[in-house]
Design a protein around this ligand. Structure first.
Ligand code: SF4
Length: 694
């Protein structure tokens, strides 16, 4: 039921779903949200919104919300409801006992891109200062960690280069491995406006996404490549640019490292990258690739937007660097209408990475191996900091199965449902002697927990989110936390119970601490955010109001660095037992593993995941629309209903991952990005066969 009534007052806050970061007015009667109205003053959305954001308040007051902390001695025992004090003391006592028995490195913490900057900052601080190790990671590990690595290596900063509004200056829009209409709907509408004004569209994706059907657009180029062949494709596009003399020599000479460029030039001009020689790998006719490369390179302004179809591959980092190579080679960096723009799936992917949630980096992407950096944090936090990177999420799972990792604090992340190879994850979670889960619902991960700490929704806390365009937006508390505490307060309590003193009266003080330790945030404060509405970092002495377009004069590393990005075939492509390639994506009305949207009106629009199957593949297997099909990979097996669709080419099948029963991650494998361990969700070799029932 949609709540109705006349609002008494309203509070401006930020949507907690996707990386667009729309601003909303929460219209209130007392502590009750009457409705969410898109805020016209929102710098990211200018008064627009989508069906997810409008109804998001539904999950915040859902009866399934956890309101009381719970503990249990072991996971086969029933839960016991306790007060906050007892739950925190129980958790702290277990963590201390485990560290005393197994060592300092035997525990760790994972935070979420759904949480605020201040919360993620505190979790990594808890791990580094109270646990006294670097075993901290974020769920960005499984989505955009290759963006962090790839953009930092080439352009010197782990972030997108533009504002969303910049797309209105683009003459060619290139969308790679993303489906903005479903995953970033408000920005997709802006893209469509630009397409209707005459910009050209190039889509690089196995699936025929909705953007290709933009009404009143003159037609788009679709490079429908085979999953897992992105790097071969980006190299072929760059090969055309260089072999046909379409590069921007002035930009390269002025802005890029000469030696690196020469090495890359030699590499990319090798005939093995010619579209004619890559055609057998990607399945895309050479002439289509040549045409797309010319369109992009010859446009006054070419802008690239990409999503998880780029990063969630065994060559995710190579592909991100390949995109940056192409943009630098054509001079499409450093002004409006161009750039390299990752579309972040969750509301605060950018922020959770900025806040030092990675095991090798402190806030602001400052490496733990740098003594000067460590010295600054040690002085502020009053403890020594390890100079060696800690465990990444998949390393934590492996170490747990091996009996070397014994306790985990997970804030706002359902690792049992969202990480690949569910069987392995569950085995790891079952091996832990203490799993502390802090969440708003009893999620799949909580089934393996010993301590359950109720979380607070975005409507119950103060803080900030940073969207895909580096824009820091305020999150404002509109109602009291249902369980009595905001998430940051719980982390503070846990630190204090462990003997590491933390004290903050308000999240603004946490942001002040972040600003004091992070060069790109020195000008950020709640007062400045209230004054300006939002800020795109870096915000410091040089850029007191933030920086909408990055890399205008130079790169943070001085000169742009071309990277060698050789194509290496995914293990999944050579898997002959499983002849089809499964890839995954999102749908408009649902969000990630669905924990939130399944508890709103959106559930009515999409209540199950299905397997999209090309008519030719269906006929070969005697499958009709609506039949149940078994899907088997080398990791596992699941059952879904079949939907016959020609949106995918023959040989490729597709599903979403919003419902726990379907278990898409039961069949995804352990393959991961060579640089960051980001899982290869987007390519899984499978067999599909008709089954009688699930
Ligand atoms: Fe905006 Fe994304 Fe929220 Fe939709 S889900 S309202 S596009 S932030």
């Amino acid at each position: 039921v949609i709540e109705q009534g006349q609002p008494e007052h309203s509070v401006v806050t930020t949507c907690a779903y996707c990386g667009v970061g729309c601003s909303f007015k929460a219209e209130m009667q007392g502590d009750r949200v009457v409705r969410m109205v898109p805020y016209k003053g929102g710098d990211a959305n200018h008064g627009h919104s989508c069906v997810k954001g409008r109804f998001a308040f539904g999950y915040a007051t859902h009866p399934d919300r956890l309101k009381t902390p719970m503990i249990r001695e072991s996971i086969d025992q029933p839960w016991r409801e306790v007060g906050w004090e007892e739950a925190i003391a129980f958790a702290a006592q277990r963590l201390k006992a485990i560290q005393a028995k197994y060592g300092r490195e035997s525990i760790g913490g994972i935070t979420s891109s759904r949480c605020t900057n201040e919360e993620t900052y505190l979790v990594q601080k808890l791990v580094r200062a109270a646990f006294r190790n670097n075993n901290t990671d974020t769920c960005a590990r499984v989505c955009h960690s290759p963006t962090g690595y790839g953009l930092k290596t080439t352009l010197g900063e782990s972030a997108g280069t533009q504002t969303f509004d910049s797309v209105m200056q683009a003459d060619v829009i290139v969308v790679i491995g993303a489906n903005p209409t479903d995953a970033h709907p408000v920005f997709a509408s802006q893209m469509r406006r630009r397409l209707r004004q005459g910009a050209e569209l190039i889509v690089v994706d196995p699936r025929r996404i909705d953007l290709l059907k933009t009404p009143h657009h003159r037609g788009a180029q679709h490079l429908a490549l085979r999953p897992g062949t992105n790097v071969a494709m980006i190299n072929a596009l760059a090969h055309v640019v260089m072999s046909e003399g379409l590069e921007d020599r002035e930009f390269i000479a002025k802005r890029c490292d000469a030696a690196g460029y020469q090495a890359w030039r030699e590499f990319i001009l090798d005939p093995r990258h010619a579209p004619e020689n890559v055609e057998a790998i990607t399945g895309v006719p050479a002439e289509q690739v040549r045409r797309a490369a010319r369109t992009y390179a010859q446009a006054p302004n070419g802008a690239i937007y990409y999503g998880l179809g780029v990063t969630e591959h065994s060559q995710g980092s190579s592909m991100v660097m390949g995109i940056a190579n192409l943009a630098m080679a054509t001079g499409n960096i450093g002004r409006e209408g161009v750039g390299v723009n990752p579309l972040r799936g969750q509301n605060n992917v950018q922020g959770s990475c900025d806040m030092g949630s990675f095991p090798h980096e402190l806030p602001g992407y400052q490496h733990v191996g740098n003594p000067a950096v460590r010295e600054r944090f040690e002085a502020a936090w009053g403890v020594p900091i390890d100079d060696e990177p800690g465990l990444r999420i998949p390393n934590m799972f492996d170490a747990a199965v091996a009996g070397e990792f014994k306790a985990l604090y997970v804030q706002g992340e359902d690792i049992a449902q969202s990480d690949p190879n569910t069987q392995h994850v569950e085995q790891a979670l079952r091996s832990l002697e203490c799993l502390i889960v802090q969440d708003i619902f009893l999620n799949e991960t909580a089934k393996f927990a010993h301590v359950l700490l109720p979380g607070s929704s975005f409507l119950e806390k103060d803080g900030t989110f940073t969207n895909a365009e580096r824009r820091i937006n305020r999150v404002r508390k509109v109602m009291p936390p249902l369980a009595g505490k905001q998430d940051w307060e719980v982390t503070v309590d846990l630190a204090n119970a462990l003997g590491y003193p933390m004290h903050y009266d308000h999240p603004s003080q946490i942001m002040d601490e972040i600003a004091g330790l992070t060069p790109s945030f020195t000008g950020v404060s709640y007062a400045r955010l209230d004054e300006l509405g939002s800020i795109q970092w870096p915000c410091n002495e040089a850029y007191p109001k933030g920086m909408p377009t990055m890399h205008v004069e130079d790169f943070p590393i001085g000169l742009g660095q071309f990277a060698i990005t050789d194509y290496v075939a995914s293990d999944e492509l050579s898997n002959r037992r499983f002849p089809l390639l499964l890839t995954t994506g999102r749908i408009l009305s649902q969000y990630n593993v669905g924990a939130q949207t399944r508890r709103t009106h959106n559930q009515a629009w999409h209540d199950e995941d299905v397997l999209e199957l090309h008519p030719a593949d269906a006929e070969l297997r005697g499958v009709r629309d609506g039949d149940w099909v078994g899907i088997t990979s080398r990791a596992g097996q699941t059952v879904l209903r079949a939907r016959i669709s020609d949106r995918m080419p023959p040989g490729v099948v597709y599903t979403t991952f919003h419902h726990p029963g379907s278990g898409a991650n039961v069949i995804t494998t352990d393959s991961s990005d060579w640089a960051t361990n980001c899982p290869e969700y987007k390519v899984t070799a499978v067999q599909v066969e008709k089954v009688s029932q699930p």
